[in-house]
Design a protein around this ligand. Structure first.
Ligand SMILES: [Zn+2]
Length: 236
């Protein structure tokens, strides 16, 4: 998945499609002054958003997102909002974790009584300072939304390839393909994949493998196909 390594300076000097995005091959690299330990912190926060927003330790669609401002590289960064897949909660089939988070952040940024109180125009521009952490590689819909938003960085854990190998139906277009095809959208977005995948993968390995252990706090239902909170007939 990690095919291209180019310094930012090169990224800014060329306008060929292949150079529109930078993919870093080693998820442990320090990128934009942000060490791996900080990336890991926020990827874990994306995982934690699941329990926080679904009120279940084993939501079926376990896709979580955290959006962070890293422009002040001192400290961990500033969490702007979180989001999780809300298809089942809302009936909106497009409300994947990343779309939910972008929507939540827009609300936070434009809240007239909130921390930022931005105009709608200022809010759109603000995404250029933000990093989106998602515990799984975005589908092409969400990857496109990330590019339309103009995020500074996009960081994912589990890859689409891993999802597919473990039974998830997907639209088979990688983030890399979406990013390369969006070369003329400005600003550019740096992206990193497989960050903390050893911790994000287990969120997606139990749904289609009845032999895989349920997340802590859940157990297999009667026919063994679903992990559920003990004695509760719900998916999330
Ligand atoms: Zn999506």
């Amino acid at each position: 998945m990690h095919l291209v390594t180019l310094p930012v300076a090169l990224l800014l000097c060329f306008s060929q499609p292949i150079l529109s995005s930078t993919v870093f091959p080693d998820p442990a690299l320090t990128v934009n002054g942000i060490p791996f330990s900080t990336r890991a912190h926020w990827m874990r926060r994306a995982n934690e958003a699941l329990g926080e927003l679904t009120h279940s330790p084993c939501p079926f669609a376990a896709f979580g997102t955290a959006i962070v401002n890293h422009t002040d590289t001192n400290g961990l960064g500033d969490l702007i909002c979180i989001g999780v897949n809300q298809n089942r909660q809302t009936g909106n089939p497009a409300l994947h974790g990343e779309i939910a988070a972008i929507t939540n952040c827009t609300t936070v940024l434009t809240d007239p009584h909130g921390r930022f109180r931005l105009t709608t125009s200022e809010a759109q521009d603000a995404f250029a300072d933000l990093t989106l952490y998602t515990n799984a590689e975005s589908c092409p819909m969400c990857a496109s939304a990330i590019r339309w938003a103009g995020f500074r960085e996009y960081v994912y854990g589990t890859s689409i390839d891993t999802l597919v190998q473990n039974g998830w139906s997907q639209i088979h277009i990688s983030s890399l393909e979406v990013f390369q095809a969006s070369w003329d959208l400005s600003p550019q977005t740096l992206f990193m994949g497989d960050v903390l995948a050893n911790e994000t993968d287990p969120y997606f390995l139990w749904q289609f493998d009845p032999t895989y252990p349920c997340p802590d706090g859940c157990s297999r239902s009667g026919n063994g196909t679903r992990c559920r909170v003990s004695m509760r007939d719900e998916l999330k």
